[in-house]
Design a protein around this ligand. Structure first.
Ligand SMILES: [Fe+2]
Length: 295
């Protein structure tokens, strides 16, 4: 309350501004449904969600950095054999992902469930599609690490995508001259027994939005160099059609406990642009934001 009062004093808030703020928050509430959470989106684009993450996971030592879960985690994924193409039904440039889970000393951790999920070549998650319940998962699976802590799979190269802009949060983004884009990434949830669950993304190096993620999720350590390859086989020895992409990333988890997260219950069924025209993306604006959560 003190911070709020200080803000009113400092900005000499007018009645008109106060009314606008009340109306904005009211509209934000009205936009929320069982499958859409506009307030979490507001928190995301204000950098508050990442700041909550930063103050709660500030002592990482050698552990992999964290990011927010996001609205497209739908709960435990189906266990899938290594090497599976999890995007077999999707168009797009093919990508092979090879990864390993270790503890902070680099010791491989076997039998660890790792959930992965990412957007398709048009920037949409499977759970955003109206026929998701009938068609089922794509670009989404669970792998269990082998005795050497490894897992690998095939998929497509994800692309950058916009957050929903058909609500008050989108209006704020446009009016403040920001773009609504998230740089291309793959989500990972690593849940090793005896260790803290790791919720993170791996971002594709070179994405044009890598320095201005609308929800402030990028951390340098989470950017992976994805190599463009022309080899006739992928690392598991199976035939490949060139060109393809290779993502290599290792996860280090921290000893501890904690429950794996539950889905936020915010499956967004009607994002801006889905089935319509994608939003016009304004010129990229660099955002002077650093999540300085640790003291
Ligand atoms: Fe995402």
């Amino acid at each position: 309350m003190k911070s709020l009062h200080d803000h009113v004093r400092k900005s000499v808030l007018t009645f008109e501004e106060w009314e606008y703020a009340i109306d904005f928050l009211t509209r934000t509430g009205h936009k929320c449904t069982d499958i859409r959470q506009e307030f979490i989106l507001l928190s995301d684009v204000l950098g508050v969600s990442m700041l909550v993450d930063a103050v709660n996971f500030c002592e990482r030592a050698a552990a992999t950095e964290t990011t927010v879960l996001g609205p497209f985690y739908v709960g435990e994924h189906k266990v899938t054999p290594h090497g599976t193409d999890i995007s077999a039904s999707l168009e797009g440039e093919r990508m092979f992902v090879q990864s390993r889970v270790t503890d902070l000393n680099g010791k491989p951790l076997a039998g660890v469930p790792v959930d992965v999920w990412h957007a398709d070549d048009d920037g949409f998650y499977d759970s955003q599609k109206p026929n998701y319940d009938e068609v089922g998962a794509s670009a989404r699976a669970r792998f269990i690490t082998d005795s050497d802590g490894r897992f690998f799979f095939r998929t497509i190269l994800p692309c950058s995508y916009p957050i929903p802009t058909d609500g008050p949060v989108g209006e704020m983004i446009v009016q403040t001259g920001r773009h609504p884009m998230r740089p291309a990434h793959v989500h990972f949830l690593v849940n090793a027994p005896g260790h803290e669950p790791l919720i993170t993304h791996v971002f594709i190096d070179g994405d044009k939005y890598i320095d201005s993620d609308v929800v402030f999720g990028v951390k340098d350590e989470l950017i992976a160099k994805v190599e463009k390859r022309s080899d006739a086989t992928m690392p598991d020895g199976k035939k490949a059609e060139a060109p393809w992409h290779l993502m290599t990333y290792e996860f280090r988890v921290k000893p501890g406990g904690g429950l794996a997260p539950k889905p936020l219950g915010t499956k967004v069924a009607e994002p801006a642009g889905f089935g319509n025209v994608r939003p016009v993306v304004p010129a990229q604006t660099a955002l002077p934001f650093v999540a300085e959560g640790c003291r």
